[in-house]
Each structure stands twice: as structure tokens, then as C-alpha cells.
Ligand binder design. Structure first.
Ligand SMILES: *[C@@H]1O[C@H](CO)[C@@H](O)[C@H](O)[C@H]1NC(C)=O
Ligand SMILES: *[C@@H]1O[C@H](CO)[C@@H](O)[C@H](O)[C@H]1NC(C)=O
Ligand SMILES: *[C@@H]1O[C@H](CO)[C@@H](O)[C@H](O)[C@H]1NC(C)=O
Ligand SMILES: *[C@@H]1O[C@H](CO)[C@@H](O)[C@H](O)[C@H]1NC(C)=O
Ligand SMILES: *[C@@H]1O[C@H](CO)[C@@H](O)[C@H](O)[C@H]1NC(C)=O
Ligand SMILES: *[C@@H]1O[C@H](CO)[C@@H](O)[C@H](O)[C@H]1NC(C)=O
Ligand SMILES: *[C@@H]1O[C@H](CO)[C@@H](O)[C@H](O)[C@H]1NC(C)=O
Ligand SMILES: *[C@@H]1O[C@H](CO)[C@@H](O)[C@H](O)[C@H]1NC(C)=O
Ligand SMILES: *[C@@H]1O[C@H](CO)[C@@H](O)[C@H](O)[C@H]1NC(C)=O
Ligand SMILES: *[C@@H]1O[C@H](CO)[C@@H](O)[C@H](O)[C@H]1NC(C)=O
Ligand SMILES: *[C@@H]1O[C@H](CO)[C@@H](O)[C@H](O)[C@H]1NC(C)=O
Length: 392
């Protein structure tokens, strides 16, 4: 017989997520058929909040069990409370559980996508960057056939969008990068032809100023801030087709320098920085074929190497590094517009699928919010620009 001596139900808002916390002063036997995602002993000084944080930041986690006495934090991928976890005795343990909304009556649910506020302007081939104040800056893009110089800010706490200063140059198929000083670097893109120009956004004033031009005019390229503070720009489309060239921006001088070429010219790829500071450039389009290949740039060696390929070919997807180090790939285009989502596990080198988005999108954006959720906004579905946004 399993006796729960007392249960206190605490409703608390942690990082904006609603958590139900069921505290049981009991011996807690994890007699669970649920899949264990993680079993960690937390450092001295940790609390249940640390276990909740781990659950929030582990994309598979729905239930966390915390043993106070030995600081063991177990994370499960399902709702393990309803009959799947048994308890008896006198050891204090807490069960924590994600809830999707107030009406869900303490039932855990898998992380899923929900709609949030619409942008003021429909746009695709725009960019999104998270500012140090937690807001998301969306810049430029196309509204059907109109080049946009407008920019808007998403407030995650209010779930709505406001306009900010306009860029000097209307552009789409450009990139934006948040620099260590908090300013946002915009590079290249398309306006009549591929652009060399770059500009800086100051979040404090909401205004834009121009900085040094790139050596190569390019659109649909990638940018990454390296650990040395310089910005790597790779690939894109320019004179002669898909570019294999790459260059570095020095924020202290506002100037650009060419570096080693990639092995393949690619546009519409993504570039992400792995935990070991290596840059991974994924997928894209050569002008003739969709790519699933990936290559790595090691800033210390200053060269490119090919690595394992994705399962699916795709361009115009997004790639986000989750707090557990995995890379989340959403949507994009191959032979169809995609709502599929894949996760890349760096430690195994394997790709797995996870919940689909509600809507097919390519040329959209994905941003990791402070609460660990991923905001996906806008995009294009083959017939229309999209103003909807969803959260994972
Ligand atoms: C664990 O669950 C199984 C099947 O539900 C049950 O037979 C067994 O007695 C349980 N063990 C404990 C220690 O509760
Ligand atoms: C978690 O790991 C600890 C230490 O390795 C082990 O004693 C315990 O049985 C594990 N718990 C589960 C549920 O796997
Ligand atoms: C922590 O305590 C629980 C309950 O006594 C036990 O099931 C678990 O195996 C312990 N974990 C470790 C790492 O000792
Ligand atoms: C996710 O959301 C979609 C649409 O809102 C719904 O149809 C689906 O059942 C949800 N999946 C889960 C696992 O909650
Ligand atoms: C956004 O939401 C907040 C809080 O509800 C409100 O104060 C603000 O006026 C809204 N802004 C816009 C642009 O709707
Ligand atoms: C920002 O731009 C506006 C419009 O050009 C200008 O009036 C304002 O002075 C600028 N603010 C700063 C801090 O540069
Ligand atoms: C890089 O590639 C371009 C064109 O693809 C070529 O002209 C150039 O010589 C290459 N640079 C190096 C250093 O190999
Ligand atoms: C960079 O990689 C290319 C191709 O693998 C190789 O030929 C070249 O020697 C490498 N350069 C350096 C500096 O490692
Ligand atoms: C960084 O991680 C990637 C992916 O696991 C690996 O291929 C690469 O060799 C690593 N680079 C370094 C310098 O450790
Ligand atoms: C990785 O994928 C291969 C082939 O599908 C499979 O054999 C292997 O077990 C997977 N590894 C992990 C850790 O999932
Ligand atoms: C594309 O989006 C528009 C606007 O939301 C919608 O009306 C249309 O059905 C969508 N087309 C496809 C193919 O999903």
C-alpha cells in the first residue's frame, strides 16, 4: 500500500512557465514505466528549482522527480504522475510537472506549438535576433514583392509586437547578428541585386547606422559570432552563383577580411555554434540541388571540414542550439514546404524527429526565449507570406 502523507500543491511561475509542484513527504519509489531522460545528482546548494530548471530546458522533459535527501533529479519524457509513480514511507520528494494552461487541471502535456501575437507586417526572408533585454528584433524581408526596411520588436512577456526604427537600406535575404556589445549587425541581402552593405542597430536608441561593406556582395548567407568576438560570414548567393567564400568582420574596426573557402558553394544554409565553439553550416541549395551535408569551421584552425549529413535535404529551414546542446531544425523547403522538425544529437551524431509545427513554413525565423521555449515566426508557404507565430 502506498500512502501519500501529505500533498501540497504549489502553483508557481518559473521563467514564465506554469509548474505544478506536488510535494510529498514520503518514500518515493520511482516505479515508473515512463522513459527516463536524465538522472543527475545536483550540486550541493541545489534546490527543487534547479531540477525544475533542468526539466524546463530539456526538450523531452514532462515530469521531474526531486529527492531532497540525496539531491537526485530524475527527468521523464511523459506525465508520470497518474498511477505510474508510486510512493510510500517517509522520504521527502517532490514531483514537478509542466502544465500547458490553467485549464489543463494539473495534467502534464508534451511540449507543443501554440499561437502567439501577430507581427504588424507580413514578411518572409526577414531575420530575428534576441536582444540582451530578451526582446526579439525582426528586420526587413519581403511583403509579397515589396522590399521592407521596417523592423519590429516582440515582447515575450506581453506576447505582442511593436515597430522600431527603419534600416537605411530595405533588404531581404540578409542576416542579423547580435554583437557582444549588444548592437545588432545586419549584413548583405538583396535589393535589386546582392548587397555588400552592412549596418548596426542600437537597441538603446532604436536607430540604425552604416558600417564597413563586405568584400563580397551576398544574399542568403550565414553569420556567426566567434568566441574571439569576430563575425564569420559564409556562403550565400552572389556574382557567379552560390558562394563558397567566407569572411570575418572585426567589430572594433568595422572592417572585413577574406578567409578559407568552404568545400561547397551554398545559399539558404544555416550556421550554428556548437558547445565546443565550432561552427556547423547545414543544408542549403547549390543553385541546382538541395543539400543535407554539413561542414564545420574551427576558428582556431581557420579551416572547414565536412561532417555527417542530415536525414533530409532542406533549405530555408532554421537551426537553434537548445540548452542541452542539441540542434533543433524546423521546416524549410525541399520538394515540399515542410513542417517537420528534427533534432541533432552532437554526442551520438544522430538525427531524430520531434513534434511537427502546426503550419508548413520556409524562410521563417526561430528564436530561443529566456523561458527555454522556441518562438517560430512568419515565413512563406508557396502561395503567401505568413504572419502567424508559434511556440515550442
Ligand atoms: C511496480 O509496479 C508493478 C506493476 O505495476 C507492481 O507489480 C509492483 O508491485 C510495483 N513495485 C513497487 C515496489 O511498487
Ligand atoms: C540514478 O542514478 C543513481 C546513481 O547512479 C542510481 O543509484 C539510481 O538507481 C538511478 N535511478 C534511476 C531511476 O535510474
Ligand atoms: C536517492 O534517494 C532515493 C530514495 O531513497 C533512491 O531511490 C535513489 O536511488 C537515491 N539516489 C542516489 C544517487 O543515491
Ligand atoms: C499539439 O497541438 C496540436 C494542434 O494545436 C494538436 O492537434 C495536438 O494534439 C497537440 N499534440 C499534443 C501531443 O498535445
Ligand atoms: C502589448 O501588451 C501589453 C500588455 O498587455 C500592453 O501594455 C501593450 O500596450 C501592448 N502593445 C501593443 C503594441 O499592443
Ligand atoms: C534616432 O533617429 C531619429 C530619426 O532619424 C532621430 O530623430 C533621433 O535623434 C535618433 N536618435 C538617436 C539617439 O540617434
Ligand atoms: C575560393 O573560391 C573562389 C571561387 O569559388 C576562388 O576564386 C578562390 O580562388 C578560392 N580561394 C581560395 C583561397 O582557395
Ligand atoms: C584546409 O583544408 C583543405 C582541404 O581539406 C586542405 O587542403 C588545407 O591544407 C587545409 N588548410 C589548413 C590551413 O589546414
Ligand atoms: C566539435 O564538435 C563536433 C561535433 O560533435 C566535432 O565534429 C568536432 O570535431 C568538435 N571540434 C572540436 C575542436 O572539438
Ligand atoms: C544512431 O543511429 C544508428 C543508425 O540508425 C543506430 O544504430 C544507433 O543505435 C544510434 N545511436 C544512438 C545513440 O541512438
Ligand atoms: C498559405 O497561407 C495562406 C495564408 O495563411 C493560406 O490561405 C494558404 O492556404 C496557405 N497555403 C498552403 C499551401 O498551405
Amino acid at each position: 500500500m502506498h500512502v501519500v502523507l501529505f500533498i501540497s500543491l504549489l502553483i508557481s511561475t518559473i521563467n514564465g512557465l506554469i509548474i505544478s509542484q506536488i510535494r510529498r513527504s514520503s518514500l518515493f519509489i520511482t516505479n515508473s514505466s515512463c522513459a527516463l531522460v536524465l538522472n543527475v545528482t545536483l550540486p550541493v546548494g541545489s534546490s527543487i528549482q534547479t531540477c525544475i530548471w533542468k526539466c524546463n530546458h530539456e526538450d523531452q522533459c514532462q515530469t521531474g522527480v526531486y529527492y531532497h535527501e540525496n539531491r537526485t533529479c530524475l527527468l521523464f519524457s511523459e506525465d508520470c504522475q497518474s498511477g505510474k509513480i508510486t510512493s510510500s514511507g517517509n522520504v521527502q520528494t517532490s514531483v514537478i510537472c509542466h502544465r500547458r494552461n490553467q485549464g489543463s487541471n494539473n495534467q502534464c502535456s508534451r511540449r507543443n506549438w501554440t499561437m502567439t501575437g501577430n507581427m504588424n507586417i507580413r514578411r518572409h526572408r526577414h531575420t530575428a535576433s534576441m536582444l540582451s533585454n530578451g526582446r526579439i528584433l525582426v528586420t526587413g524581408g519581403l511583403n509579397v514583392n515589396t522590399n521592407l526596411n521596417s523592423a519590429e520588436l516582440y515582447d515575450p512577456s506581453a506576447g505582442n509586437w511593436t515597430m522600431t526604427g527603419n534600416m537605411n537600406v530595405a533588404r531581404y535575404a540578409h542576416t542579423t547578428t547580435v554583437l557582444p556589445n549588444g548592437k545588432v549587425l545586419v549584413t548583405g541581402g538583396l535589393n535589386a541585386g546582392p548587397l555588400k552593405s552592412a549596418e548596426l542597430y542600437d537597441p538603446l536608441t532604436g536607430n540604425w547606422t552604416t558600417t564597413g561593406n563586405m568584400n563580397v556582395a551576398r544574399q542568403d548567407h550565414t553569420t556567426s559570432v566567434l568566441s574571439n568576438g569576430k563575425v564569420l560570414v559564409s556562403g550565400g548567393w552572389g556574382a557567379g552563383g552560390a558562394q563558397n567564400s567566407a569572411e570575418l568582420y572585426d567589430p572594433s574596426s568595422g572592417t572585413w577580411t577574406m578567409i578559407a573557402n568552404m568545400s561547397i558553394g551554398r545559399q539558404f544554409a544555416t550556421a550554428s555554434i556548437l558547445a565546443n565553439r565550432t561552427v556547423i553550416v547545414l543544408g542549403g541549395w547549390t543553385g541546382a540541388t538541395y543539400l543535407n551535408s554539413a561542414e564545420l569551421y574551427d576558428p582556431l584552425i581557420g579551416n572547414w571540414t565536412l561532417t555527417g549529413s542530415m536525414n533530409d535535404v532542406r533549405k530555408d529551414h532554421t537551426a537553434s542550439i537548445l540548452s542541452n546542446g542539441k540542434v533543433l531544425i524546423t521546416g524549410g523547403l525541399s520538394n515540399n514546404y515542410l513542417k517537420s522538425v528534427e533534432l541533432y544529437d552532437l554526442s551520438t551524431g544522430n538525427w531524430t524527429t520531434t513534434a511537427n509545427m502546426n503550419i508548413e513554413r520556409s524562410q521563417h525565423t526561430a528564436s530561443i526565449l529566456a523561458n527555454g521555449k522556441i518562438l517560430v515566426a512568419g515565413g512563406y508557404n508557396g502561395s503567401s507570406s505568413i504572419n502567424t507565430a508559434e511556440l515550442y
